[in-house]
Design a protein around this ligand. Structure first.
Ligand code: ACO
Length: 384
C-alpha cells in the first residue's frame, strides 16, 4: 500500500473515462471527443445530454425521439408538489431539490430501481434529467407559496425550465444564453460532485442515490454554491457604489483572508477556465440592452482585473454564470440547483461508465492517532 498522502486527491488519477477530459495545453474541455465550447455555440443542451448519456450526437430521428421523451417525462408524479409544500419555508432550494430527487426514487418501479444493468440506469437517469427542472422550479415556488407551473415542452428544455421559474416564455436571446449555460455546466470530468456520484454508484446504489450524493456535494461554496456567492457579491458591490466600489471590495476581502467566489479552480488554478471566457461574451449582450446590467458588467471586469493583479487568479465558470443568471432574473437560491440540473447529464454518463466496469471505490487513510489506549480503570459504560 502506498503511504503517499495526497490531500484533496490533487492530481490523483482514480478512473479511466471516455466521457471527458480537461485539456490544459489547448485550453479545451473535451466531451466525448468534442470541444464543449463549440457545442455550447452550435448545438442545444438536449443534444449534449444525448451525447453524454448515449455516447454520440443524435441523428435527426434520435433528436426528435430524445426531445419527445424529455418532454413526456418532464412532469412530476402526483403527490411530489404536496411534499414540497410541507417543507419548512426556510428550506434552501438546493436542499428541497435534493429531497425531491430522493422522493422521486419512491415513484420508480422497485424492480427497475434494483436492476444493476446499464440499460436500467440509463432509463432512470433520463427520468431524473427530464424531471429535475420541474422539481427545481416547483420546489422554489412551493417554498414561496406560489402556484407551481406544469412544464411547457413546446418551449424546449431550456425554455420550459425558464417558463416554470418565471411563469412567462423567455425572450429568445435569454433562452439561448440559458441553454449555453446548461451546456457549459453539463460535464467537467471528475468534479467533486461527479466523483461523489461515482463513489455512490460503485456500491451499486441506484442512480437516484448517486444524484443525491452529487447534489449534497455540489451544494458547498467551494463547488456549485460558488455561483450563488458570486451573484450576491455583484449585488453587494452595486449597492456599495458600483464600478468604483469593486476594487476596494475585493481588496478588503482579500485583506481579511477571505476567498472570492468564482475564482480559482483545482485543475485550472492559474489558467483561464474556458467556460468563463466564452460566457463573458454573453454578458455584453445584457450590457447592450440594459444600462443597469452594463453597470454590473463593469463591476465584473474590475473584480476580474483586481483578482488577476492581486492573486494571479482567473474566473471560473461560476463567476459569469452567477451574474448571467442574476441578469436573467433568476432567484439566487435557484442558481446551484440549475447547476445540478445541467450536470445530471454528465454525472449520469459517469454513473453509466462506473456501472459498465465497476469496482467498489474504497481508498485508505494513513492513521496518525494513538494505538494503545485502554478505557480507564473503573470506567462505567453509559446507560443509553
Ligand atoms: N480567492 C482567494 N484566494 C484563492 C481563491 C479565491 N477564490 N482560490 C484559491 N485561492 C488561493 C488560496 O488562498 C491559496 O493561496 P495560498 O497558497 O497563498 O494559501 C491558493 O490560491 C491555492 O488554493 P487552494 O485552496 O490550495 O486550491 P484548491 O485547489 O484546494 O481549491 C477552489 C480550489 C476550492 C476552487 C478554490 O480556488 C476556491 O476556494 N475558489 C472559490 C470557490 C469557487 O469559486 N468554487 C467554484 C469552483 S469551479 C466549479 O465548481 C464550477
Amino acid at each position: 500500500m502506498s503511504e503517499d498522502v495526497r490531500p484533496g486527491l490533487q492530481d490523483v488519477v482514480v478512473a479511466r473515462t471516455e466521457v471527458a477530459t480537461l485539456d490544459l495545453e489547448r485550453e479545451r474541455i473535451v466531451v466525448r471527443g468534442y470541444d464543449l465550447l463549440e457545442l455550447a455555440r452550435t448545438v442545444r443542451y438536449p443534444d449534449v445530454a444525448h451525447l453524454l448519456l448515449r455516447g454520440h450526437l443524435p441523428s435527426p430521428e434520435e433528436q426528435a425521439a430524445f426531445c419527445a421523451r424529455l418532454g413526456d417525462l418532464a412532469g412530476l408524479p402526483d403527490g411530489v408538489v404536496d411534499v414540497l409544500r410541507r417543507l419548512p419555508a426556510g428550506t434552501a432550494p438546493m436542499d428541497a431539490l435534493r429531497t425531491g430527487i430522493s422522493l422521486l426514487a419512491g415513484f420508480e418501479d422497485p424492480g427497475v430501481l434494483k436492476d444493476p444493468s446499464v440499460e436500467a440506469a440509463e432509463a432512470m437517469l433520463l427520468r431524473i434529467l427530464a424531471r429535475a427542472p420541474a422539481l427545481t422550479a416547483a420546489a422554489y415556488r412551493a417554498l414561496h407559496a406560489e402556484p407551481v407551473l406544469e412544464p411547457n415542452p413546446g418551449l424546449g428544455f431550456a425554455g420550459s425550465f425558464l417558463w416554470m421559474i418565471h411563469g412567462r416564455p423567455p425572450a429568445p436571446e435569454v433562452e439561448r444564453v440559458f441553454d449555453r449555460i446548461l451546456t457549459c455546466y453539463s460535464e467537467h470530468e471528475l468534479a467533486a460532485s461527479t466523483f461523489a456520484a461515482r463513489v455512490a454508484s460503485s456500491t451499486l446504489a441506484d442512480p437516484y442515490a448517486a444524484v443525491v450524493a452529487a447534489a449534497a456535494t455540489l451544494k458547498g461554496p467551494l463547488h456549485g454554491g460558488a455561483n450563488e456567492e458570486a451573484a450576491r457579491m455583484f449585488v453587494r458591490i452595486r449597492m456599495a457604489g458600483g464600478e468604483a466600489a469593486a476594487e476596494p471590495y475585493v481588496l478588503e476581502r482579500l485583506a481579511r483572508g477571505e476567498r472570492i467566489a468564482g475564482f480559482g479552480h483545482r485543475v485550472y488554478m492559474r489558467r483561464p477556465d474556458p467556460r468563463a471566457v466564452l460566457l463573458r461574451e454573453d454578458l455584453d449582450g445584457f450590457a447592450e440592452r440594459d444600462p443597469d446590467a452594463a453597470v454590473l458588467v463593469r463591476c465584473y471586469d474590475r473584480v476580474v482585473e483586481t483578482m488577476a493583479r492581486e492573486k494571479g487568479l482567473h474566473p471560473n465558470a461560476d463567476l459569469p454564470i452567477g451574474l448571467l443568471l442574476h441578469l436573467m432574473g433568476i432567484p439566487v437560491g435557484l442558481m446551484t440547483p440549475i447547476f445540478l440540473c445541467a450536470r445530471i447529464a454528465g454525472l449520469g454518463a459517469h454513473v453509466l461508465e462506473q456501472r459498465a466496469d465497476n469496482r467498489l471505490i474504497r481508498p485508505r487513510a494513513r492513521y496518525e492517532g494513538p494505538t494503545d489506549l485502554r478505557p480507564p480503570e473503573g470506567f462505567t459504560p453509559s446507560r443509553c
